[in-house]
Design a protein around this ligand. Sequence first.
Ligand code: PLP
Length: 457
Amino acid sequence: VTEPAQTFDTKAIQALDTAHYLHPFTDFKDLNQKGARVMVKGDGIYIWDSEGKKILDAMSGLWCVNVGYGRNSISAAVYQQMETLPFYNSFFNTTNVPAAQLAAKLVEISPPQFSHVFFTSSGSEGNDTNLRMVRRYWDLLGYKDRHVIISRHNAYHGSTVAGASLGGMRAMHAQAGLPIPGIEHIGQPNYLESGRGMTEAEFGIKAASWLEDKILETGPEKVAAFIGEPIQGAGGVVIPPATYWPEIQRICDKYGILLIADEVICGFGRLGTWFGSERMGIRPDLMTFAKGVTSGYIPLGGVMVSDRVADILIEKGGDFNHGFTYSGHPVACAAALENIRILEQEKLIGQVANQTGPYLQQAFAQLASHPLVGFANSCGLVAGLNLVRQKAELQHDCVLFGTEQNVGMICRGYMFSQGIIMRAVGDRMIIAPPLCISVMQIDEMTGLIRSALDQTL
Ligand code: PLP
């Protein structure tokens, strides 16, 4: 692990940033007053800011740097592809070598029902593609009314108009007249929020039954698909009870509706399996991916398409009037191929399943003894803990802080000053560290979390 050699004029960079850069999901005025923290280098699980401070990145950037920072073999693959053929599109009957190779590799590592892939540059575009693809699928089968997609409150499926509509973030819907028509939302399987008086297993079945209720309310003949993240990430790492997803699968099968797994966070090893659907025991018809496919080194996303859907699109479809300039971008695909090679060669996914995932689970269970933590849980290498004003034996009896307190943001500030990045979603503090994290580094991480919690007390 090497310190950044170059020194930076933080104030000068911040001045440029403030004057000209409108950041995503940011209160512009507030940021202008504070100035952004400038990140300048990464190595393994660590990043450095322009003041030379070393930070343990427990969020893998934005849930994406799965193989960790500073992988020279990815930059070499990218450089080589840039020198050979920096761009060529996949429109008008052309392809390129890395796109074809990556499509085959993705089919190889995906569950057996997947035979094809559609490339995009992001997860949002992947979910736009899902919307177009499922509606086209049902049209081609002669069901022109079967256009409704059911999603969940507090889901995150991206920031394009279709992605944000499929998502269930109230704050996003409020600003742009979303969701667009033809999208319905049901409750999320959040035991802490809605499971009082039930066991987790009972609650899982109950939360899945909301899907059947919505299908019946909408009219089964109108419902095209259900979309969900195996574990809701941006919504606060909502880990569903084990009974939830199998019941969702049963309901989708019963009504013949397509199941879309949004694997943008869970895909590429985060839960100790290539895709989160495998860990949850479901068999989706479409899977959105992005982030971990290149570990964020270069933008790339897409949709894995099962035989069920691909066969209809290919046999009956004619032109599919959808696609992006950068679909199958050769440089992004070269980065993905090398990223997947690293995941395989270093057996990082097995490491999450058998070593670091269970170790993190234990470490988080210990954090639950902290006076400020009401509840902590994890699955693979995603984890979350709830800050509470007063602990109680039963989760549902803990006294929460309430949103006006903003304790999560205060705690996040202490995390930053301790040298660790953790994300706050209300009073829930969440992490998703790089998959290359070692057990010693998990100890270091939970030590930093504990001292920031002490400061927040
Ligand atoms: N879907 C999920 C589950 C996500 O977490 C995200 C991003 O965080 C997206 C989709 C959107 O991906 P992108 O930001 O690449 O458009």
